[in-house]
Design a protein around this ligand. Structure first.
Ligand SMILES: Nc1ncnc2c1ncn2[C@@H]1O[C@H](COP(=O)(O)OP(=O)(O)OC[C@H]2O[C@@H]([n+]3cccc(C(=O)O)c3)[C@H](O)[C@@H]2O)[C@@H](O)[C@H]1O
Ligand SMILES: Nc1ncnc2c1ncn2[C@@H]1O[C@H](COP(=O)(O)OP(=O)(O)OP(=O)(O)O)[C@@H](O)[C@H]1O
Ligand SMILES: NC(=O)CC[C@H](N)C(=O)O
Length: 564
């Protein structure tokens, strides 16, 4: 092979790894390489830490984990002796720090070519904010060297390295001709815009084109949308892979005959992005589907109340898993209206899922008898309301234990923000589909799904998924006669605007009052938000879609006397 090639085929492998499944991830790398080889690829670029899965968290503290990754890397490297495409993969990698001579662990990009590990590039900027804790588990490497590859000079960066000018600037000064970025960049609303806002300055500072490869799939609370892209040397978006699907796509690069250090990408696909509601809906489908499948559950079970939250949770589950893997249970109490019974049955019929009815009346009666003596003649209050919710939780958990499906929790972000949910009641479950979805967004997603036939890749019905009344009627917990959510909470559009300011915008109470919100309401919401932290810590995980998701993202102390 000549030293200098004037044409380079770079394959972008937007794949879905599983954390800890090193053999399975290596197999996925092999399959993508075989696919790219058929299309004449010289190099296949994978996401960040594709071999371990991202983020591997404290798994990297186990030497057996690192040894297995090293062995798999060397095996993959050996396979590149066949003269086929080289691999640019991501993996945790031990290195000796040139500054102090100590052995450390880096987040590496590894170029495997000609039967060996040809280059090790270590991530320089380790993200340590929001959902990222990389300083806890990795050490930064030195600024990376440019890698000579089949006559081209590659500037290789790992994810956060692109979010500041330092690494790209260094690579350009060292003679890089194309920037390649391996990413584990989780989805949130408008994340694609943020990624482009960080890629374009790197391109304009260096004058170099940039190839961005992101991973796909769900990992606990995080979900990765893929949406890999190519920006040319002038800053134009010239390639975008589909989001929410795996893809191995070859891009052809040609050297400018007049300026040999300049490369142009000829033929990348430019797939249009989804609108915001569709992107969020797909995030929930991918996040839930991967949680259930990667953890080996046969399916899911949930309480279907005839209300909007359980209807949307069921629709997402059906679109992710198919109707045969979703089981729902109506558990009426004396307060359950005929309308709720009709609507729950309507949802189940439209989704084509198994629907059972289990009355909680006998359980409520039994608790009345068991506790009546101790309660003496105290009036009924929230205690009895919560027993209803807990009776439903016990019922679902019993069915889960007996038959195997995982229980879905259905509370939304507005409710979780203000503690409007019952511990060990409607909060019980393994995964919370709407945990990071505000109630007003729940409404929009239902309208979107009902209006959009069968979106590609979904397993649900080709048409509406719930009766229109489920979306239009006022939300109620039905724990006492004629109860409505608005008896206890501000109307959801008002509540959500305040929560959005307090949580996503980290605004103060005074900022929101100055912006025109009612003083007493803002104070009450801020108080409810603070005192509900203990509940959120006991809540199941759910898919992060916003800037500040509860869980590993927004972390407040439970014991907290600062009221602001
Ligand atoms: N800082 C803290 N650390 C640890 N535990 C703490 C705590 N503060 C209170 N607690 C404990 O938490 C418990 C109170 O919480 P919990 O028992 O959940 O009960 P609670 O929050 O009082 O009531 C549940 C609320 O959820 C509403 N809701 C809305 C929608 C649906 C449903 C439904 O169930 O379907 C319910 C319901 O209307 C009511 O407002 C007490 O045992 C208290 O001691
Ligand atoms: N009668 C019921 N049968 C089955 N499950 C129920 C019933 N009532 C409540 N649940 C479960 O408890 C969750 C809490 O719902 P609840 O109706 O109390 O308030 P919500 O937050 O408005 O939810 P939804 O919009 O689903 O009704 C429901 O989403 C559902 O999973
Ligand atoms: N894995 C990473 O380094 C991710 C950090 C980056 N800022 C992102 O979200 O895209």
């Amino acid at each position: 092979m000549s030293d200098r090639q004037d044409r380079l085929v770079i394959a972008m492998a937007q794949v879905n790894p599983t954390v800890g499944d090193i053999a399975g991830n290596a197999e996925r790398v092999r399959a993508a390489r075989a696919e790219a080889a058929r299309d004449g690829a010289d190099l296949v670029v994978f996401p960040e830490l594709v071999l371990s899965g991202y983020p591997p968290e404290d798994l990297v503290f186990r030497s057996a984990f690192l040894d297995t990754i090293q062995a798999a890397t060397l095996t993959l490297a050996g396979e590149t002796a066949d003269g086929g495409p080289a691999l640019l993969i991501g993996a945790p990698w031990r290195f000796t720090d040139p500054d102090d001579g100590r052995r450390k662990l880096g987040n590496a990009a590894l170029l495997l070519d000609g039967g060996e590990v040809r280059a090790v590039i270590l991530k320089f900027l380790l993200p340590n904010y929001g959902v990222f804790d990389e300083v806890r588990v990795f050490s930064r490497g030195p600024l990376p060297d440019v890698v000579a590859f089949r006559g081209a000079s590659l500037g290789i960066m790992v994810c956060e390295d692109m979010w500041g000018p330092q690494v790209a600037g260094h690579l350009a000064r060292e003679g890089a001709e194309i920037l390649l970025v391996l990413n584990g960049s989780p989805f949130e609303v408008d994340k694609h815009g943020q990624r482009l806002e960080n890629a374009r300055p790197r391109v304009s500072e260096t004058g170099l084109p940039l190839v961005y490869v992101n991973q796909l799939g769900g990992q606990d609370e995080l979900v990765f949308d893929g949406e890999s892209f190519v920006v040319d040397a002038a800053g134009a978006l010239v390639g975008r892979l589909p989001s929410w699907g795996e893809a191995v796509v070859c891009t052809t690069w040609t050297r400018d005959p007049g300026d040999p250090a300049r490369w142009t990408c000829a033929d990348a696909p430019l797939v249009p992005p989804y609108n915001q509601d569709e992107a969020v809906y797909r995030a929930l489908v991918t996040g839930l589907g991967d949680y259930v499948n990667k953890n080996g559950f046969p399916g899911v079970i949930l309480g279907l109340s005839g209300g909007i939250d359980s209807a949307l949770s069921a629709a997402v589950a059906v679109d992710a898993l198919g109707p045969e893997r979703v089981w729902c249970v109506m558990m009426p109490s004396p307060y359950t209206s005929a309308e709720s019974l009709e609507d729950a049955e309507g949802v189940a019929q439209m989704l084509g899922i198994r629907y059972e009815t289990v009355s909680i009346g006998p359980a409520i009666g039994a608790f009345g008898q068991m506790l009546g003596g101790l309660f003496e003649d105290r009036p009924a209050d929230i205690t009895e309301e919560n027993i209803q919710s807990r009776a439903r939780g016990v019922t679902l958990m019993a069915l889960s234990n007996k038959f195997g499906p995982m229980v879905l929790s259905t509370g939304n972000k507005s409710e979780m923000s203000v503690g409007y949910a019952t511990l060990y009641g409607d909060m019980c479950g393994g995964f919370s589909v709407l945990k990071d979805v505000y109630k007003t967004t729940v409404n929009r997603l239902c309208l979107w799904r009902n209006a959009h036939g069968l979106p590609s890749g979904m397993r649900g019905p080709d048409g509406p998924v719930m009766p229109a009344r489920v979306i239009s009627k006022p939300p109620t917990a039905e724990l006492r006669p004629d109860q409505k959510d608005e008896d206890s909470l501000p109307p959801y559009p008002v509540l959500d605007r305040i929560l959005n300011g307090l949580i996503e915008g980290e605004q103060g109470v005074s900022d929101l009052i100055a912006a025109g919100h009612d003083t007493e309401t803002v104070h009450r919401v801020w108080h409810l938000l603070n005192v509900a932290e203990y509940k959120r810590r006991q809540a199941p995980p759910g898919v992060k879609i916003t800037l500040r998701a509860f869980g590993r993202d927004r972390r407040y102390p439970i014991t907290n006397r600062f009221v602001g």
